[in-house]
Design a protein around this ligand. Sequence first.
Ligand SMILES: Cc1cc2nc3c(=O)[nH]c(=O)nc-3n(C[C@H](O)[C@H](O)[C@H](O)COP(=O)(O)OP(=O)(O)OC[C@H]3O[C@@H](n4cnc5c(N)ncnc54)[C@H](O)[C@@H]3O)c2cc1C
Length: 304
Amino acid sequence: MDINENINIIIQSAIGRGCRVLEHEPMSKYTTFKIGGEARAIIFVGNLKTMSDLVRVCTDENVPYFILGNGSNLLVSDDGYNGIMFKLEGDFKKISLLEENTVFCGAGVSLAKLCKFALDHNLSGLEFAWGIPGSVGGAAYMNAGAYGGEMKDVLMSASYIDPQGSQGRFTVDEMNLSYRHSVFTDNGYIISGVILVLKEDSHDSIRERMDDFMDRRRSKQPLEFPSAGSVFKRPEGYFAGGLIEQCNLKGEQIGGAQVSIKHAGFIVNKGGATCDDVCKLVKHIQDTVLEKTGVELECEINRL
Ligand SMILES: Cc1cc2nc3c(=O)[nH]c(=O)nc-3n(C[C@H](O)[C@H](O)[C@H](O)COP(=O)(O)OP(=O)(O)OC[C@H]3O[C@@H](n4cnc5c(N)ncnc54)[C@H](O)[C@@H]3O)c2cc1C
């Protein structure tokens, strides 16, 4: 059977389970880079049972699938994606306080909403994440971090759905979290929700730290242009942005993709940038930095 027929089976199966389905959607609408060709279908899933069922059907039918968070660390090919994009909503957008300082959060919640929830409950630990434009699932997957904090510091566990549709839970130790890596970057399981342990603190102190981190972002990062954040992982002992600047690459442009003038660690979409433009620019930066400084830069952005 050809792949398109199998994809149609998944679409019908999703519609039959009450999911909203959008076909031939441009991924530029769903990524902060504003880049990417059409996804064959985006399926919006509202609960665990439906997600488990649909993943199992995808596996059985050999249909490729991808979990889309907020698309803030994602570079999608100009040719698009001939598979299923799952977007978590409904139950996956719920947050609740389990105990005084323990929070359950669905993977589809934005980090911004989780940070506000923590602030409203006088809970500290997530201030570093204020301003990271990802979802909680994407942040756990990447072990997102900033200003000395990372998801690893606050996570207690993550529940998942494996490719057979079975549900389970990893403790934080089992999640193997390290710099921009987790067990999920290796196994591709779907994160359905997380439990976080935070610390009580005063509303004012938490707010002050959040404001401070946001001010630092606004002053250093090119938030006025579409991007996917820092392009490269921090090489041991260096800052990627510093090395790129040292190689006089600030402002370097290929097509619509430019090395940000404000922060050399970012590539920004100056208008009409394609995935191909970004990939060529990434390669040019890597080659130049390696040649001039001897340091290898590894791309942090997920490519699809
Ligand atoms: C302006 C800007 C600033 C940024 N600053 C930071 C920063 O300070 N620190 C930092 O770490 N990052 C930063 N980022 C990058 C990005 O926001 C984070 O990596 C974020 O955690 C990605 O989450 P997302 O939901 O957008 O994931 P997406 O980009 O949608 O997806 C990224 C990967 O996560 C996977 N994924 C998403 N959800 C799930 C799930 N539920 N289950 C399994 N896999 C999943 C996807 O399949 C994909 O492989 C920044 C980005 C921008 C644009």
